[in-house]
Design a protein around this ligand. Structure first.
Ligand code: ADP
Ligand code: ASP
Ligand code: MG
Length: 408
């Protein structure tokens, strides 16, 4: 007997028929004697619909109130899922995030899980219930409803698996595993049997939305056995996230390509080149809780330099306002500009550690297509470039081919 957490994404709960399907799968696992916790997302499209409604009322919705209404999507699916299980004669009970007590910080719309009270769930599991938990939502110390950021149900699933010391966390979605890149962009992409935790972390952080990054962080921290599977197949093996590099397998140099259209680039032009400038620019940005991703500062030719960084597109307006109001005059910058027509494309692979020339191969491939690189950042196992948004899909396709990632 094992304790298994199964997380089902939006498409997998997208209609009553699909929820019934999910219930039949859970019933099969239950019949084998396993204890099951089910985590569900909102029905596909529902979270977008709710955010759209909020924006019709208030173009920049109040974050606390947005969380109150956007979290209702998952409240609908837990009720429906518990009913579908009961209909099959299975004891089931649903919980919202605040009923479980998934306690988070108070960063509305992107809250972090601080702790999970697993007492009620454990009790119900012992009593033979399938426990159904709403993904994506939690509650702060003061009782306010919070949400965990888009795709946050993955994180609910893995965090619950960690708290319950589950034997496995299974992420059921609309693809049958983690691919070399998004199969919607490159149909020749190949499913990976396994991928190292480190690589998955990079891919998720660079924009592969198959797993939310925080779910991968949780899996790493608590050594959760994590598998991505299709909810439309009976018995695929999916992709296992492993903690060791597989020595026997012929390890490819590059494991995957990620891309991200969600960032915007902000440039501060004509900044005096002196100590403390980076702090004076980015300090107020961080104080406003805006995450910064890539940063570059040019060398100065005439005592002044340009400073460029990227933030989430949704936060470009906020970041620009802060710079114009609080920073520009103070540091004497000539101009501040924003560009949200950019995309980031990243190649990821642990094989990079032992191979040289990956960056030059990447840059040559892009140059051959006439794609200009605006920013570059690297880590031990990743090279990321910022390019014009309109070349993103082309860049992903040519890189996928250049690094021979297609189906063998
Ligand atoms: P869910 O609603 O089940 O959470 P998501 O839409 O969040 O599903 O994530 C699954 C989607 O992630 C896939 O349909 C696919 O288009 C996309 N995706 C992006 N990168 C990858 C990748 N490397 N491997 C598999 N899927 C990917
Ligand atoms: N429903 C939320 C979203 O669409 C959370 C999730 O699906 O994981 O982002
Ligand atoms: Mg998702």
């Amino acid at each position: 007997m094992a304790l298994i957490v199964q997380k089902y994404g939006g498409t997998s709960v997208g209609s009553p028929e699909r929820i019934k399907n999910l219930a039949r799968r859970v019933a099969r696992f239950k019949a084998l004697g396993h204890q099951i916790v089910v985590v569900v997302s909102a029905m596909s499209g529902e979270t977008n619909r709710l955010i759209g409604l909020a924006r019709e009322i208030m173009p920049e919705p109040d974050p606390r109130e947005l969380d109150v209404m956007v979290s209702t999507g998952e409240q609908v699916t837990i009720g429906l899922t518990a009913m579908a299980l009961m209909d099959l004669g299975i004891k089931a009970k649903s919980y919202t995030g605040s009923q479980v007590k998934i306690v988070t910080d108070n960063a509305h719309t992107k809250a972090r899980i601080l702790r999970i009270d697993d007492k009620s769930i454990q009790k119900d599991l012992k009593a033979g219930y399938v426990v159904v938990v709403a993904g994506f939502q939690g509650v702060d110390e003061k009782g306010n409803i919070t949400t965990l950021g888009r795709g946050g149900s993955d994180t609910t699933g893995v965090a619950l698996a960690a708290a319950l010391k589950a034997d496995e966390c299974q992420i059921y979605t609309d693809v049958d595993g983690v691919y070399t890149t998004d199969p919607r962009v490159v149909p020749e992409a190949r499913r990976l049997k396994s991928i190292t935790f480190e690589e998955m972390l990079e891919l998720a952080s660079q924009g592969s939305k198959v797993l939310q990054i925080r779910s991968v962080e949780f899996a790493g921290k608590y050594k959760v056995k994590l598998r991505v599977l299709s909810s439309f197949e009976e018995d695929g093996e999916g992709t296992l996230i492993t903690f060791e590099e597989n020595e026997d397998m012929e390890q490819p140099i590059i494991s995957g390509i990620a891309f991200n259209r969600d960032e915007a680039k902000i440039t501060v032009l004509g900044v005096p080149d002196r100590p403390g400038i980076a702090y004076q620019i980015l300090g107020p940005i961080a104080d406003a809780n805006v995450d910064v991703d890539m940063i570059i500062q040019n060398v100065s030719a005439d005592g002044t330099t340009d400073f460029t960084f990227t933030v989430h597109k949704n936060e470009m307006g906020k970041a620009l306002a802060i710079l114009k109001d609080k920073v520009q005059a103070h540091i004497g910058a000539r101009e501040i500009s924003g560009d949200d027509k950019i995309a980031k494309v990243s190649v990821v692979g642990v094989g990079m550690r032992s191979h040289v020339g990956i960056a030059s191969q990447m840059f040559r491939t892009l140059a051959e297509e006439g794609i200009n690189i605006q920013m570059i950042s690297t880590s031990e196992i990743k090279i990321a470039v910022v390019i014009d948004e309109k070349y993103m899909e082309l860049a992903v396709r040519v890189l996928h081919k250049a690094f021979e990632l297609e189906e063998a």
